[in-house]
Ligand binder design. Sequence first.
Ligand code: ADP
Length: 258
Amino acid sequence: MTTHYEIVPEIACTRTGKQYRQGAEALRDINFTVYKGEILSILGPSGCGKSTLLKMIAGLTSVTSGEITVNGMTPVNARELVSFIFQDATLLPWRTVKRNIDLGLELEGATRERRDGKTEEMLALVGLSDVAGRYPRELSGGMKMRVSIARALATRPRILLMDEPFAALDEMTRNRMNDELLRLQKQHGWTIVFVTHSVAEAVFLSSRILVLAPNPGRVLEMVNVELDRSNLAEVRSSDAFEQEVSRVSRILRGAHLA
Ligand code: ADP
């Protein structure tokens, strides 16, 4: 297996728990570390707390027991390092592609000049320079997703939290987005926590997969993915890929029964 990440902890959950004020115990005693430059996926049945865990890492909802540190800080203090990419690429329909990408920078109070330069760079990065002046309704699902990724990246995060970002895309587009994400991640060295329902997507993207079980949400297993990704085009059709997908699927079935 080829690993491209350093063994430096970036996100650490220690005995982390979440009890919503109104509702059940969402997560109990979660312990794991995400290393710098690693892509870690989270798999588990609906309701096992995947989104809650991501939101806690992002500092969007409180940790009610144990702790989470992000680059040694509390999640709220580490917010600048983090970008959250949600399930639905929620673009503002009245803004062009360029102005949608601009949004995060505008909220940060960046100068016009810096915003323009950065937006151009991001458009090129996700291959959308040609559609800068178009509106979201004129774009395909895959293009919208790329705009929301470009928007998230414009503020230069080093940690990406992705909550089923490609779930609404057809398989071919999703595969292309996965390829692109791996390419960009390698180039920029981001640390990524990726929530998905797709075992194949988790295996393709990640060095490790955290499998959660429900009621309350807890760690069932941390799976090391053994996969040679040196030739990306060949990965999905390889026997090793198929074997890893079967192995992780079996573990995930255990989570449904747990
Ligand atoms: P998943 O992403 O794995 O589907 P969630 O994190 O969305 O799981 O939810 C975990 C549990 O917490 C579920 O039982 C859900 O109903 C509950 N939950 C999620 N958000 C809230 C909230 N804001 N208030 C109360 N309960 C919530």
